[in-house]
Write a new protein. Structure first.
Length: 328
């Protein structure tokens, strides 16, 4: 069978990595790249840098990655859908839910794979946490907390932290817990002089009763990427920056020091850091996209799932504006 012909539009900070992985991937040939801004990272090699999505589609590609700014997702994706190109759009799926619905409908009507690049689902640490939750290691899950903090990224200009960063945590939390958000409450701050929020605190509840909270900002000099899952038997912590998973088990021996025992809800137990295989999440994501295009099991984040995450993100923005809890 001939290799799939792939293209990438948007070869900036994120798109350049799609270019690299496609070039290394079995079963795929990178045959075209496009970016109206040129090739700032010099990744095109001997490929011509095409001007737009129409030119990319005209190169005779089978599948494409869209890594342009969020405000251009809809126009670009609809052009590719009309040309019969299977497409993975970087997260968030669109600038708003209405645009995302049009995109999802276009790919469904055309019988094409339409996927969203929620890369944290493919992080080996999150996949390990989901597996252990499903196997019952924690017993009943009580709470999922995430912390995603770091310096301001100059590459982001058209959205705030809710769409750019919180969408990661919303998606991975719902996926790891295998549930959906039912309520969302949020507080935002605008500290860097931009029109978009640069800090958000989100609390919420999932349909399965799990409480969630997300601490997210672009205002921290240290980078933090943590997911903390607390349950009746202990706590799992996933560091998605290093792909490490650590289990803090509830202690089986009761503390005899009354002052300490009264302070702690559970006793400290064993702490285990698991050795897990650490494949590059982007490679796993693009392999899932390739396999779905070839008719195999669809392990992509579908546009319908991307829309569910976008609805929660929009609810968080609405909650921050109204100072009210939003029900989904």
């Amino acid at each position: 069978m001939a290799n799939l012909r792939a293209g990438v539009i948007g070869i900036g900070a994120m798109g350049r990595h799609h270019v690299r992985v496609f070039r290394e991937m079995d079963g795929v040939d990178l045959v075209a790249v496009a970016d109206p801004g040129g090739d700032p990272f010099r990744v095109a090699g001997d490929l011509e840098v095409l001007p737009d999505a129409a030119a990319l589609a005209a190169a005779g590609i089978d599948l494409a990655v869209v890594a342009v700014p969020t405000r251009f997702h809809e126009e670009t994706a609809l052009t590719l859908a009309a040309a019969g190109v299977h497409t993975l759009v970087e997260k968030p799926v669109a600038a708003d839910v209405t645009a995302g619905e049009r995109m999802a409908r276009a790919f469904e009507d055309a019988g094409l794979v339409g996927a969203v690049g929620h890369i944290e689902r493919y992080n080996p640490a999150i996949q390990e946490v989901r597996r252990r939750i499903a196997e019952g290691q924690l017993g009943e899950v009580y709470q999922i907390s995430t912390r995603r903090q770091g310096p301001f990224p100059a590459r982001i200009a058209d959205v705030g932290v809710i769409l750019d960063l919180a969408s990661h945590d919303i998606d991975l939390t719902a996926w790891a817990a295998q549930s959906t958000y039912t309520t969302v409450s949020a507080q935002t701050s605008f500290r860097s002089g931009r029109e978009h929020e640069d800090m958000v605190l989100i609390t919420g509840r999932l349909a399965n009763g799990v409480n969630v909270n997300h601490t997210i900002n672009w205002l921290s000099p240290m980078k933090e990427r943590l997911t903390i899952v607390a349950g009746e038997r202990g706590t799992l912590i996933a560091d998605t920056a290093t792909a490490d998973v650590t289990f803090y088990e509830n202690g089986r021996v009761q503390t005899e020091w009354d002052a300490v025992a009264a302070f702690r809800g559970v006793a400290e137990g064993d702490v285990t850091r698991y050795a897990i295989a650490k494949r590059e999440p982007l490679r796993t994501e693009l392999e899932a996209f390739r396999d779905a295009v070839l008719g195999g099991e669809n392990r992509t984040v579908t546009m319908a799932e991307g829309l569910a995450t976008l609805r929660v993100a929009e609810a968080a923005k609405r909650s921050a504006q109204t100072q009210e809890t939003v029900r989904l």
